[in-house]
Design a binder for this molecule. Structure first.
Ligand SMILES: [Fe+2]
Ligand SMILES: [Fe+2]
Length: 182
């Protein structure tokens, strides 16, 4: 198994999640009934799967390994800046979710949530395709089989210590089956 393959597999889940986010903001804009609890699950997947699991695999293992060859630095910098952008969007989402909780789900809370979700979705599709080109090049031009295997093992060992990833995939299954996501 290889680290690059594992990251591509994460991206399959991230694309599933992107289509949930798209359905959610479309429903919010259209005045559809999206419970706050579902919006909270979406924010949780952003923070605990995309950020804490997937970005961490990229930022703490994969990118530093590629960077040690002094190659693809500019491309990597762009990807890191985009991660920061998505973190800022997630913070804004939390802020308006608090408003929704405190003041009810009027337009003042729902409109910014829809807007930030749309920004997040635009970010995801662009970021993933850019990053997949990066993976193709890193895999073909830089990483050795041993490095791929070691990083893969590292990814697995971190996940094996927590059941969290299964829970988060369960959240994605749940969100996909909600009426507003039909
Ligand atoms: Fe990324
Ligand atoms: Fe990624």
């Amino acid at each position: 198994m290889s680290a690059t393959e594992e990251l591509r597999r994460d991206h399959i889940q991230v694309r599933r999640f992107d289509s949930i986010v798209t359905k959610c903001y479309t429903a919010l804009y259209g005045g559809g009934d999206v419970p706050l609890g579902d919006v909270e699950k979406i924010a949780r997947v952003m923070e605990e799967f995309l950020d804490a699991v997937h970005y961490s695999r990229e930022e703490d293992s994969y990118f530093p390994c590629v960077a040690s060859y002094d190659h693809l630095r500019r491309e990597m910098h762009v990807l890191l800046v985009e991660h920061e952008f998505s973190r800022r969007v997630a913070v804004q989402l939390r802020r308006y979710m608090r408003r929704w909780k405190e003041e009810g789900s009027d337009l003042n809370a729902r409109e910014p949530i829809a807007r930030y979700m749309r920004a997040y979705s635009v970010y995801i599709s662009d970021h993933l395709s850019k990053e997949e080109d990066f993976f193709d090049r890193a895999e073909a031009e830089i990483l050795s089989k041993e490095e791929e295997y070691e990083m893969y093992e590292q990814f697995r060992s971190v996940v094996a210590t927590s059941k969290k990833l299964d829970d988060l995939m369960g959240d994605i299954d749940y969100l996909e089956s909600q009426p507003w996501a039909a």
